[in-house]
Design a protein around this ligand. Structure first.
Ligand SMILES: C[S@@+](CC[C@H](N)C(=O)[O-])C[C@H]1O[C@@H](n2cnc3c(N)ncnc32)[C@H](O)[C@@H]1O
Length: 556
């Protein structure tokens, strides 16, 4: 790494953003993205005026674990700190412009409109005239801007590149190396080239959300204001993407496909269903209708914490034998042995969890044994571990214990009728300890299915872990549209400008073409990324969704 010069100043082209306690620095000339702590942003700000590096480093000798000089070098390397007389805008010429991964644009003849919708920021339409469009088209991830200016007006190239690398647009990233080099060595691709920054702006001194430790989202769901928006933008579920009759499900909806998987295990006449956390009511409607179509008499109860979502469920299932019971499932009363089918679809990740250290239960980094006295001292989480037989031996440090999901298993075991089936689906793995997702507007944990299975077996149920894709018999040969939330918002705006509504469903090529038909030629729309449907569908990774399927032994 090049040693930094003696005197440096802060670049004039830095923007800062924050999300759930983390701070990000975006270089508006290059698209570099650095995750850092607030005190490092303050450190860079020491160079608001040119400063002698040695002085600033000496003043921070007892900060950053003695690494202040190393940070200066990294910031210099990423042009966040520059020499006082540096003509920063001129630094772009030896670089190569690479198109961002989640760009959205529409071509109209020799012009292009780029759409952006980063996070909750307003939709922007960036109009490129024919000259800009020709420069944009020439940015193929290989050609250096130096070479581009030999073919196009240098001022136009510079102006366009500055406009499109800026954090408000993020359509181009500058790289010292061509994409062809990374194509052969994908692991070497610097993450900023494929990353985007959807989070809100932040400036030093402004409050930051605290980093997440314990997870409790009950308050979050009680506050959901706009039910449809919740699932279309904020938090999409797999069942939401498949709420329409879908080509990958052989023309069935998610709910119909689930019923198909379990129909022969349900009572032949009357089926009592409990759904926990019903979202917009699509699953309830589809399951109820499919059971009725299969000749069953149905009673269907939804236990729902959010008043807004309860309202949406009542409206969607009007005319069907569905009752919505408002309140937290962990505080709810239901009859013991009362349900033949219990569904908890993509909701256990929303239940509370606690974060613990290995030392809290007597384990060391190397191993050790759980100390029953320490476990008892933890109160309810300790009781759950002990009573449900959860092994903590392989827990990382720190670890999350899914107390809410374990409490739910206790209730499911009580409420399930003999011979009944319970299906608990979520994003997670059999052996992986819960991981926190930070991309949502509220913290959410992946599910440790091994723990749910162990709990169910301890509670006297049989329990099998399955891929949700297998339960619903998803056709894995199809391609699915890959989006992020911001990418999809921008696409929705583009489609709306062409007079096409683009509801949030799991688009296959066939479904998207049918949606655009007659109004929009998809050949003029970019960038549509397609992936194997099991690996990515919209913002979800279908193969990461699992189910624990539990049964209660028959009565006598
Ligand atoms: C991610 S959504 C899934 C909705 C739906 N099952 C689906 O597949 O689209 C989670 C649902 O569980 C509800 N929920 C969250 N915590 C709950 C709790 N403690 N008790 C009852 N419902 C809860 C939410 O309001 C929401 O309806």
């Amino acid at each position: 790494m090049a040693a930094s010069p003696d005197v440096l100043r802060r670049s004039a082209f830095l923007s800062t953003f924050a999300h759930q306690g983390a701070v990000y620095l975006y270089h508006d000339l290059y698209g570099y993205l650095l995750q850092m702590s607030p005190d490092l942003v303050e450190f860079i700000d020491q160079f608001a005026e040119p400063r002698t590096v040695a002085d600033v480093v000496a003043a921070h000798a007892d900060r950053f674990e003695g690494q202040a000089q190393q940070f200066v070098d990294v910031f210099y390397q990423h042009a966040c700190l520059v020499e006082p007389d540096d003509d920063e805008r001129a630094g772009i010429w030896p670089m190569i412009a690479i198109k961002g991964k989640w760009n959205v644009w529409r071509r109209h003849g020799d012009r292009l409109t780029i759409y952006t919708a980063w996070g909750d920021r307003p939709i922007q339409r960036i109009e490129l005239d024919p000259i800009d469009t020709a420069i944009w088209d020439a940015c193929d991830g290989e050609i250096r801007l130096n070479e581009l200016r030999a073919k196009h007006d240098a001022k136009r190239v510079a102006a366009l590149v500055h406009r499109l690398t800026h954090s408000s647009v993020q359509a181009l990233k500058l790289s010292a190396f061509p994409m062809s080099m990374y194509a052969k060595r994908p692991a070497l691709t610097p993450s900023y080239v494929t990353s985007t920054m959807p989070y809100p702006s932040w400036a030093p001194g402004q409050p930051l959300d605290a980093p997440v430790t314990d997870v409790a989202t009950d308050g979050y769901y009680q506050q959901v204001a706009d039910a449809e928006q919740q699932f279309d933008h904020t938090e999409t579920t797999l069942s939401h993407l498949f709420r329409v009759q879908h080509p990958a499900l052989g023309g069935r909806t998610y709910g119909e496909a689930l019923v198909g998987a379990f129909l022969d295990r349900l009572p032949a006449h009357r089926v009592r269903v409990l759904e926990i956390g019903g979202g917009l009511g699509y699953v309830a409607k589809a399951v109820c209708e499919a059971l009725i179509a299969a000749g069953r008499e149905v009673t269907y109860t939804i236990q729902e914490i959010s008043p807004q979502l309860a309202e949406a469920q009542r409206a969607r299932t009007a005319g069907l034998p569905v009752v919505v019971q408002l309140g937290d499932v962990l505080a709810a009363e239901h009859p013991a042995d009362g349900y033949d089918l219990i569904l908890s679809n993509e909701m256990v990740g929303d239940l509370p969890a606690v974060q613990l250290q290995r030392a809290d239960v007597g384990l060391t980094a190397e191993g050790g044994e759980v100390d029953p006295a320490l476990l008892a001292g933890l109160g309810r989480p300790g009781e759950l571990v002990r009573d449900l037989g959860i092994s903590l031996d392989d827990a990382p440090d720190p670890f999350y214990l899914l107390t809410g999901a374990l409490e739910l298993m206790i209730r499911i075991a009580r409420w399930l009728a003999p011979e009944g089936v319970a299906i608990v689906t979520e994003f997670g793995e059999r052996h992986m300890w819960p991981k926190l997702s930070s991309h949502l507007d509220h913290p959410e944990l992946s599910t440790h299915f091994g723990h749910l299975q162990t709990a169910a077996i301890t509670l006297g149920l049989t329990a099998k872990i399955e891929f949700v894709m297998d339960l619903i018999d998803l056709d894995r040969t199809l391609d699915g549209l890959a989006t992020t939330r911001s990418h999809f918002r921008a696409l929705v705006a583009l489609f709306a400008d062409a007079g096409v509504a683009l509801p949030k469903v799991g688009y296959t090529r066939e479904l998207l073409a049918a949606t655009a038909f007659g109004k929009l030629d998809l050949a003029d729309v970019g960038e549509l990324r397609w992936d194997r449907i099991e690996d990515r569908l919209m913002g979800l990774v279908p193969h990461e969704f699992k189910a624990v399927v539990c049964r209660k032994a028959g009565g006598n």
